[in-house]
Structures are given as structure tokens and as C-alpha cells.
Ligand binder design. Structure first.
Ligand code: 1PR
Length: 551
């Protein structure tokens, strides 16, 4: 079996890259030390990075990797950078101006302009090579991007690339064009994550490993269906399958699903509703075309040593065969292990990232962090899980999962939290409401509104909002569109609509009537009423672009 090597400076989810390489029939070995003799002898090298530019580059330099990487590049052997691994080729980044890059490309990366779009860019975009395709990059496929900073293209920066004979592929996010991939001699790098881009991404890795440049031809009809239309900033409509996971009364990990968060059967023995096995269902939804899979451990850690928590095994197994982003939530907080050891949330998150998660989602502790943020006068103290995980792994790795419920009032004067005037007054005729945050899976309500919560969490470093709604959960009656508008008006980070999806029309409604950045479904998929593909086919018919990975 051919061996390929990966530089490991402990940034983000390397396990997925290993899994992708192994899926393609190669052996992947990590290089953790710059003096590892395998580095000089490697035949092909990956330089993957996620998260903060400065954190990655400083790590690379302080661990002595600069010289061997330069020597490897000078040797002419193939190297592939991924995400921050692409960014490392540049001189510097606005994200961390004090941290120099490797300076193979002489211009500065900048932050996306968030005046016309959510930042970070999270989702599936297309990627157009300048002339002939390289490594099979295909403008009709979609690739998974997740980043706030990019090599923004302009006549000036394109001149720099042309002067040094770099080949490149462009992508467009909102009104900005940026570098999606770059290629010269033995250097190839992608801003997107091929290891998380489904079959399209696996092909790119395979083409790099085989050093081949195939071209796919399409009929005019296929092109018309697949071409990007930029109506959603360039991203396809993202569909997420969600698995609420817990241990049932027999001790097995099962996927369950509640009605307004009550997951016990109404009849017979009041058992926990059992809808299947988490890894099998994740695989099924991936094959149906899910753009992301989210696992929520709805009862968090039980009395088992942290390292043996069954969710880690679920992630580890799912990541072997599911090549789209995986999010895990439930229990991402400072914990005390069964032997009394205190384990900070960052270490809990690291365990999940190392097992194959790409993002962690934080529920209860996000509410505590926001409460503290306001009590301190509108800033953090650097200790909350949002802050510590975001600093180490980047904002894009931190989702906050919100479990709000609607509270009616006579008018805005009745609460300190932001209200909205609703089209759906209650039986008392009250037509103002706010959305109250809850913790511990809806068991406890706090005097904090969802508008205030999401604003504070964004300021603390969260990169995305998973917006559930207890009133709508399991109702099959559609998303709470007013809630979505409300939260979209609070934050710039992407917002995922959740709770209430029952038919494909509900997804269309959320995408067209609100600015939801992604839609999540659970019950309707678990009960087999619709597949993810059914939803996508429906959206396609309605003129909304979706990712079709399998033809
Ligand atoms: O507080 O950080 O430990 O995280 C706990 C996590 O578990 C939170 O993300 C919280 O939302 C979730 N959770 C806790 N209890 C429940 C429960 O159902 N009893 N599930 C629960 C939340 C909501 C959605 C659901 C959608 C879509 N589930 O994830 O999948 O509502 O459902 P639908 O399409 O069938 O309507 P922490």
C-alpha cells in the first residue's frame, strides 16, 4: 500500500483527511516532529490547516517545520495544502498580521466583507479553474468551504499570480471573488476541504495522489442544472440531517426524537423512542445527499470516563465513511471526570475533533457565557468554552445550539429582552413576543432572549447558530419563520433553521421567506417520510440550487 504523509501541528480535524486517504486505498502517516526522518523521505505530503492563521503559522514555525517544508517543495515532490494550508503559502493575513506566512505568493489575505453576506463562509460553493482544469477541479461540482479570510482576487492580486505563473481556480462569495485553489509545479492547494466535500472532494484528493488531471464532460442540460447561479451568495442550499442521540433504558445508544423535546413514547412502557443506530443513520443520510450531519448527545455525559464516552466512538466510526462535515453537541463544557479530574471544555472539544468532528455545538454553556458577558458589561473574560475553543480551532468550529420558546407579552415594555410583533397572537390577543432561552434540553428557562444570546455568543467567537425552537420541535408544521428573521437581524454568522420541518415545502419556505443559511431536519427523515434527496429534488424543481454529489 502506498504511504502518504500529513504534517500534524494539531490543527483541527486531521482524522477526516486520514479517513479520506485510507478510503482511496493509501496509508496515511502523521508527521508530528520536524526532525522525523520520514518527512524528507515522504513521496507526497499534505499540509492541512484549520482555524486561526496565526495559530497555525506560529505552530509551524515554532516546531521547526518551515525549513523541511521548503526543502520538500524544492525537491519537486508533490505537496497539497488544505484551507489554512493554502493560506500558509501567502505572505501574511489580516487575521494575524504579526505572523508571517511562507511567502510563496506575495500578497495578503483579508477578511470577507460581511456587509452583504454572512461571515464565515460556511457551505458548498463552486470553483472555476482559470483555463484547463487541474486535478479534476470541476466548475459543475460543489466543494465545502469554511473560512472568514481569503485570498481576495482583484486585478492587482491576479497580476501577482500571473507574474509568478500560478494557475488558479476562482470562487465567488457574494460580490467577492477569491482563490479557491492554486497550482504551480509540484504545489497544489485548496481553500475548500476536499476531505469534507463528498465524492467530488475525494476525487480531487485521488487526482492529486495520482497526479492526474481528468476532465468531466457534461451535456448542455446537465450544465444548466448544475451551473452556479449565485442567488445565495454562491452557496447551494444546505440541508442538514440531525440525530438526537442518547442511551435508552436498556443502555444502548439510539437515535431518538421528541415532540417539544419529550422523547418518551406516549403509550405502553413510556420507553425512549428508538429510531435507529446513530452511525448507520449518519451513513444513510450521507448517501441520500445530506450536506452535513449533526449529532446531539441530548443527555450529555453519563457516568463513564470521558475518554470512553460512547459519542466519541460514534464520531470515530461515522467519520470513516461520511465525507461531509460532522457536528457534535451535548456536554461541551468544563467537566469533572469520574475519577475527579477536572477537564476543560477545550479538551472535551479536542477529543471530539480528534475523533472526526468538524464542529462542536454548545447549548447550556452558551447561555451561561452570554449571561456572564452581559454581567461584565458586554465582554468576555476569555474563559468560556466559546472563547477557548474558538481561539484554538477557529470560530467556524463553534456552533451555538439554541433551545428557545416563545413568550407572549403585551408590549416591548414588559421585558428587558428584544420583542417582535407577531402575526400569530395568542388566545389572549397578545401580539408581542420574545424568545426565551432554556438550558439543559429545555428543562430550565432563563431571563435571556435569543436575540441577546446570539449577539453575545457571536461577540465571544461563535461561528454559527443552530436555531431550534421548542414550540415547533417535532410538530411537522414548518419552521418558525418569525424566529428566524429575529435571529438573522441579530447576527452576521450563518443561522441554521431547525425544528418543525415535516415536508419539503418547509425547506423552500425557510430559504425563500427568510435568510436562513441552512435547514435542518430530523423526524421526517428518521420516520422515512422523505429522504434528503427528496427535499433536494423538490428545491431544484423550485429553482433553488442544491449540491448533487451523485450525478
Ligand atoms: O446543553 O450543551 O449539553 O447541549 C445539549 C444539546 O441537546 C442541545 O443542542 C439541545 O438542543 C439538545 N437537546 C437536549 N434535549 C433535547 C431533547 O429533544 N429532549 N434536542 C435536545 C434538541 C432539537 C433538534 C431537533 C430539531 C428538529 N433537539 O436538534 O433535531 O428540533 O426536529 P424536527 O425536524 O423533528 O422537528 P448542551
Amino acid at each position: 500500500m502506498s504511504v502518504v504523509h500529513i504534517i500534524d501541528v494539531e490543527s483541527g480535524n486531521l482524522q477526516s483527511l486520514i479517513n479520506a486517504i485510507e478510503r482511496l486505498g493509501y496509508e496515511a502517516r502523521l508527521i508530528k516532529r520536524s526532525d522525523d526522518p520520514e518527512l524528507a523521505n515522504a513521496s507526497k505530503l499534505f499540509l492541512p490547516g484549520v482555524g486561526n492563521y496565526g495559530h497555525f503559522l506560529d505552530n509551524l514555525f515554532s516546531r521547526g517545520f518551515e525549513k523541511p517544508i521548503r526543502q520538500f517543495i524544492a525537491s519537486g515532490k508533490p505537496i497539497m495544502g488544505i484551507c489554512v494550508g493554502l493560506q500558509a503559502l501567502f505572505s501574511t493575513s489580516e487575521e494575524s498580521p504579526q505572523s508571517p506566512g511562507l511567502k510563496y505568493i506575495d500578497f495578503e489575505l483579508s477578511r470577507f466583507d460581511d456587509s452583504d453576506k454572512p461571515v464565515p463562509e460556511i457551505g458548498w460553493n463552486s470553483c472555476t479553474p482559470d483555463s484547463d482544469s487541474f486535478f479534476g477541479l470541476d466548475p459543475y461540482k460543489r466543494y465545502y468551504f469554511v473560512h472568514s479570510y481569503a485570498a481576495i482576487l482583484s486585478p492587482k492580486t491576479e497580476e501577482v499570480l500571473a507574474k509568478d505563473s500560478w494557475r488558479y481556480a476562482k470562487a465567488r462569495y457574494g460580490s467577492q471573488e477569491f482563490l479557491a485553489a492554486v497550482y504551480k509545479d509540484n504545489i497544489f492547494a485548496t481553500q475548500f476541504h476536499p476531505e469534507k466535500s463528498g465524492l467530488a472532494g475525494l476525487h480531487v484528493i485521488e487526482n492529486f495522489l495520482k497526479q492526474q488531471h481528468p476532465i468531466t464532460s457534461y451535456t448542455e442540460e446537465q450544465k444548466k442544472a448544475l451551473v452556479n447561479d449565485y442567488s445565495n451568495y454562491g452557496l447551494t442550499r444546505r440541508i442538514i440531517a440531525c440525530l438526537d442521540v442518547r442511551t435508552n433504558d436498556q443502555g444502548d445508544m439510539v437515535v431518538t426524537k421528541g415532540d417539544q423535546y419529550d422523547v418518551r413514547e406516549k403509550s405502553q412502557k413510556n420507553d425512549v423512542r428508538n429510531l435507529g443506530k446513530p452511525v448507520e443513520l449518519a451513513q444513510k443520510y450521507y448517501e441520500q445527499g445530506a450536506d452535513e450531519v449533526t449529532f446531539l448527545n441530548i443527555t450529555s455525559f453519563r457516568d463513564c470516563p470521558l475518554k470512553d464516552t460512547p459519542m466519541l466512538e460514534v464520531l470515530r466510526l461515522a467519520a470513516k465513511t461520511v465525507f461531509v462535515p460532522l457536528t457534535v453537541g451535548g456536554g461541551i463544557k468544563d467537566v469533572v471526570d469520574v475519577d475527579g479530574t477536572k477537564i476543560p471544555a477545550l479538551d472535551v472539544a479536542s477529543l471530539y475533533f480528534r475523533s472526526g468532528a468538524d464542529k462542536v455545538s454548545i447549548g447550556t454553556d452558551a447561555v451561561y457565557a452570554a449571561e456572564k458577558y452581559y454581567s461584565m458589561g458586554g465582554h468576555g473574560d476569555g474563559t468560556s468554552p466559546i472563547e477557548t475553543i474558538s481561539k484554538a480551532y477557529g470560530a467556524q468550529a463553534v456552533v451555538i445550539s439554541v433551545d428557545p420558546k416563545r413568550v407572549y407579552v403585551d408590549g416591548p415594555q414588559d421585558t428587558k429582552n428584544k420583542t417582535l410583533q407577531t402575526k400569530f397572537p395568542n388566545e389572549k390577543g397578545q401580539d408581542y413576543c420574545w424568545y426565551q432561552c432554556t438550558i439543559k434540553g429545555g428543562r430550565e428557562s432563563r431571563n435571556l432572549g435569543v436575540w441577546e444570546l446570539t449577539k453575545a455568543c457571536e461577540a465571544l467567537g461563535a461561528g454559527e447558530v443552530l436555531l431550534n425552537c421548542i414550540d415547533k420541535d417535532g410538530s411537522n408544521s414548518g419552521y418558525d419563520l418569525e424566529l428566524l428573521d429575529h435571529v438573522k437581524s441579530a447576527v452576521k454568522v450563518p443561522v441554521i433553521a431547525s425544528s418543525g420541518a415535516g415536508i419539503p415545502e418547509h425547506f423552500e419556505e425557510a430559504f425563500t421567506k427568510t435568510k436562513a443559511d441552512a435547514c435542518l431536519g430530523a423526524g421526517m427523515f428518521h420516520r422515512g417520510e422523505y429522504t434528503v434527496n427528496d427535499v433536494k429534488q423538490y428545491l431544484l424543481k423550485k429553482g433553488l440550487k442544491v449540491r448533487m454529489d451523485r450525478g
